[in-house]
Write a protein that binds this ligand. Structure first.
Ligand SMILES: Cc1cc2nc3c(=O)[nH]c(=O)nc-3n(C[C@H](O)[C@H](O)[C@H](O)COP(=O)(O)OP(=O)(O)OC[C@H]3O[C@@H](n4cnc5c(N)ncnc54)[C@H](O)[C@@H]3O)c2cc1C
Ligand code: SF4
Length: 346
């Protein structure tokens, strides 16, 4: 009899886990609360590291999923209840009150992009030309539009402010890990479309981890300016809609009134509220400091797999897509190992 697994969350992590489980013959249920699969990844357009179009990648995966008879996709579906009895989970889905019985759960409920209006001193939601990275990705779209919201004209200068909602005692103390890399990647995209646009990145530390340093080098080579400093405030020039950023360059010790046509706030990630609610239902532990779910629902690594609940992708902390995909594949494999171990014990 095929193993049965339920994957909660149809972002790129949940999609990858469901695809691998499907390929390995497991009867797989993929549950997504919204109308479409893809999560945040679906909104990114051309992604780092290699400029691949997120929608193309998603479409490929969705086509594979749709061709797998042993995978069922439930969009616009919520978990009503989960009852665990030994190694079986009875999960009721709404609408329809459908109950499925599975032998393992994979939680892929992702993250919430940080709400930049929680830091009013940078003017998000107050000044039209202060937008977030996600807003900018929506503007640039596939048509490569670079316009600023107040007058729909091309800006001659764009400034990024890093660490929005991250590495700060007032918001979240952890590093969101992907926002330095996406900032240099977006800066490179802008420079490729129009090299005349002056770009400045205001940063605390540049953390293009793993093998993404080349994106930073590319940005430097194309003339992107990096200033180390955390702005104290952003003001708007009423007549023009231009912005003035007050910032101390912590390398040269100069106080700057940095003028720019437009600001992109590099927002970080926060734990999703629904993940926390799931953790409560399932008795899973969350990390004391960040609030994210622990990968195995436990802080004791010897408990790996015992509960048959695995947390993958950004539900367990901010990570880029490559890392999320690797974790999804590992969890899909581990789930089947755990199920098969108990079958062979019988
Ligand atoms: C501005 C920005 C740019 C980025 N650019 C890149 C890039 O270029 N390259 C890159 O590798 N990474 C990039 N990232 C990171 C990337 O977005 C994440 O790695 C990726 O989205 C993680 O996918 P996920 O499936 O783990 O989570 P998510 O994308 O958050 O997906 C989670 C899914 O679960 C669903 N869900 C949540 N709760 C429930 C529930 N209770 N029941 C059912 N469904 C539920 C959600 O609706 C969502 O569809 C960027 C991030 C940001 C913010
Ligand atoms: S990745 Fe960069 S911008 Fe994001 S929190 Fe870490 S240091 Fe700040």
């Amino acid at each position: 009899m095929a193993s049965k697994v339920l994957v909660i969350g149809g972002g790129i992590s949940g999609i990858k886990a469901a695809t691998d489980l499907g390929h390995m013959g497991a009867e797989t249920f993929l549950v997504e609360r919204s109308a479409i699969l893809g999560g945040v990844f679906g909104k990114l357009g051309k992604t780092f590291p290699y400029n691949t179009n997120a929608v193309d990648i998603l479409n490929e995966y969705i086509q594979i999923l749709e061709n797998l008879d042993n995978v069922s996709i439930h969009t616009q579906t919520h978990i009503k209840s989960i009852i665990q009895e030994n190694n079986t989970f009875k999960v009721t889905l709404v609408p329809g009150d459908i109950t499925v019985e599975v032998e393992a759960l994979i939680i892929a409920t992702g993250f919430e992009p940080f709400d930049a209006s929680k830091i009013p001193k940078y003017g998000y939601g107050i000044y039209k030309n202060v937008i977030t990275s996600l807003d900018f990705l929506e503007i640039i779209g596939n048509n490569q539009n670079i316009i600023r919201p107040s007058d729909q004209k091309k800006p001659s200068s764009i400034t990024f402010i890093q660490c929005i909602g991250s590495r700060d005692k007032k918001t979240n103390e952890y590093c969101s890990s992907f926002c330095c890399t996406y900032a240099v990647h977006i800066a490179n995209r802008i420079k490729n479309i129009d090299p005349s646009i002056a770009i400045t990145i205001l940063y605390m530390d540049m953390r293009t981890f793993s093998n993404y340093e080349f994106l930073y080098q590319e940005a430097r080579a194309s003339g992107v300016k990096f200033i180390r400093g955390k702005p104290s405030v952003v003001r708007e020039e009423l007549e023009t809609g231009n912005l003035i950023v007050e910032v101390e360059n912590t390398i040269s010790r100069e106080f700057l009134q940095h003028k720019t046509d437009m600001i992109i706030l590099s927002i970080g990630a926060e734990p999703a509220r629904e993940s926390y609610e799931l953790a409560q239902t399932l008795g899973l532990k969350t990390d004391d400091k960040s609030g994210y779910l622990l990968v195995n629902g436990e802080d004791d690594v010897s408990a790996i797999g015992q509960r048959r609940i695995f947390v993958i992708g950004n539900a367990s902390g901010p990570k880029d897509t490559q890392y999320s995909l690797a974790q999804a594949s590992a969890a899909a494999m581990q789930v089947l190992i755990e199920i098969n171990k108990s079958i062979s014990k019988k």
